[in-house]
Design a protein around this ligand. Sequence first.
Ligand SMILES: [Zn+2]
Length: 227
Amino acid sequence: MLKYLINLLFPKLCLGCNSLLLHNETIICSECNHNLPYTKHHFLERNDTTIKFYGIVPIEFSASMLYFHHKGIVQNLIHNLKYKNHQEIGTLLGKRYAKDLEAVNQIKTITEIIPVPLHKKRLEERGYNQVITFCEALSEELKIPLNDSLLYRSRYSKTQTKKDKESRKDVSNALFDINFTEADSNKHFLLIDDVLTSGATLEACAKALLKIPNSKVSIITIAYTLS
Ligand SMILES: [Zn+2]
């Protein structure tokens, strides 16, 4: 009864389309669920995501989970995840994607999950790294440890606001570095970011990780921007 009243007074809205959620729906409505634009990248050795890095930095396996369309469901989900503290979106998507990734051979050799770090200052402003719940869900489901202290952002990039399109020039100002010991050698890292646009951030992160002796890098992003 109390739950019914709370729902009546504070109706829950779908984080993909803002429509009213039914009592049996959580986070996203059935229609959004049905219309989520899955890329199916993990079935393809050569996909939109791998092409971004081809000839630029050696990546073992890369895939994005969803296609990001302007004003689409995924744009709303990412916005709610990134700016509205709806971290449960990351958990939901991570759990779901883990089921697809379980079948991928390269994923079986991953030793650590590495979230693309925010700069300390940005982390303090936002209070959380928007990819962390996605990473935690993958870590839990795939039984791969998460390491958020190895890679760090060494410079704050003011140019990367939500309206600015990420460009390679911007990212050259945001350098990434690693904090590693010999024990971090011979590992296969799974680097994770929210949205893949130019690929410059992930390229810089991958290059930093590849400085570790005998390391390998794979990449997963929640969304891929068609631009
Ligand atoms: Zn919806």
